[in-house]
Write a protein that binds this ligand. Structure first.
Ligand SMILES: Nc1ncnc2c1ncn2[C@@H]1O[C@H](COP(=O)(O)OP(=O)(O)OP(=O)(O)O)[C@@H](O)[C@H]1O
Ligand SMILES: [Mg+2]
Length: 343
């Protein structure tokens, strides 16, 4: 569990220090007091990425040259300093040069209002969700992904340089290489989604017994077919200067009572679907009790019944940190940012 968090020059947190207690924490405060930023910083220690922006400079407090996050769990101490575009990383005072070695040592599951885009947004959001969670659970997957992306980039660069009359030998070699890498990704995604789907369905049932949800993986191409698909599309790909098939075009459908959730489910239902999906991830981790659950602004739009149901998850062994403008749970320790206590 997290015992201590210190933020320096991180968004509106000039210098915030928080000691967490054994009980779960409800971070309360008016709009703009920095609740989400705390969740963002904790999650950053896990992924080295903000869930709100891909630009680390946006996290820097205005005109400050660096930000610093220190997070101490009951086992380890994590330190991140971001300065002049570079991340300086330490675990237990040991310097980590590679981000990939640092990522996912400290693990979180996060739910935030942005996550509603997993249901509502375009396929890229769902692929990103899939990839970001898979790398936390299956470390080698990060390597699979980066090799695939590298070969894909090479292929796209080549497409820009070739003409219809050029020799296609090298392109065909790349098509084969891309298939090899694609197959690893498709296979891993298939396996992961199968497990996640099972946990997702049962987690959703725990909130709502009357309705059904399902995750459906729709790979853009089946395994062992990408080479021949790409060989058949050379003309079109040359014209568009991009690779029109492969796992970078995969889709993951969220289905609610046999209909597409995006088009059919209500706002509150979409919130519950997304929350169930996130909580289901817990079942896929080893040592799942160590995972910190971060729920940013989870209560808005949920009805009383669901809020009461949600209180059951507070009985999980995991540390849970919830933000909101108004605490609904008496069993939680309240940290009020308006009063600047604890800081
Ligand atoms: N880089 C930055 N430097 C300084 N302040 C920032 C920076 N980025 C955002 N802010 C401000 O920091 C505050 C933090 O917002 P945050 O999203 O954490 O608030 P919140 O408590 O979650 O509010 P809400 O209840 O509306 O969700 C906002 O007032 C925002 O304008
Ligand atoms: Mg917020």
């Amino acid at each position: 569990m997290i015992e201590y968090l210190e933020l320096k020059n991180f968004r509106n947190h000039n210098h915030t220090k928080i000691h967490f207690q054994k009980e779960n924490t409800f971070i309360e405060g008016l709009n703009g007091t920095g609740k989400t930023s705390i969740i963002e910083a904790i999650n950053y220690v896990s992924t080295l990425k903000s869930f709100k922006t891909s630009d680390d400079n946006a996290l820097l407090q205005h005109k400050k040259p660096y930000f610093r996050i220190v997070l101490t769990t009951d086992q380890d101490k994590y330190e991140i300093v971001y300065n002049e575009g570079k991340k300086h990383l330490k675990i237990n005072k040991k310097v980590y040069q590679k981000m990939s070695d640092f990522i996912a040592n400290f693990k979180t599951i996060i739910f935030s209002p942005e996550d509603l885009n997993i249901v509502n947004g375009p396929p890229g959001v769902r692929r990103n969700f899939l990839d970001m969670t898979m790398v936390q659970i299956d470390k080698p997957y990060l390597n699979n992904l980066s090799i695939y992306k590298k070969v894909l980039k090479e292929r796209n660069a080549l497409l820009k340089n070739l003409k219809a009359s050029s020799d296609m030998t090298f392109l065909k070699i790349i098509n084969k290489r891309l298939e090899n890498e694609a197959d690893k990704i498709i296979e891993k995604r298939e396996e992961f989604i199968k497990k996640l789907n099972k946990a997702f369905k049962s987690r959703f049932k725990s909130f709502n017994k009357n309705d059904d949800v399902e995750l459906v993986y729709e790979p853009n191409v089946q395994a062992k077919t990408l080479e021949s698909v790409l060989n058949g599309r050379i003309k079109a790909d040359l014209l568009l200067e991009t690779t029109s098939a492969g796992p970078h075009r995969d889709e993951l459908l969220l289905v609610y009572n046999k209909q597409l959730a995006k088009e059919y489910a209500s706002q509150g239902q979409i919130r519950l679907i997304t929350l169930s999906l996130k909580l289901a991830l817990l079942e896929l981790y080893e040592n799942k009790e160590e995972i910190v659950i971060l729920l940013d602004d989870v209560l808005s739009e949920l009805d009383e019944v669901t809020i009461n149901e949600l209180s059951k998850i507070l009985k999980l062994k995991n540390q849970i940190i919830i933000t909101g403008t108004n605490n609904k749970y008496k069993e939680m320790k309240v940290l009020n940012l308006d009063k600047k206590e604890n800081q």
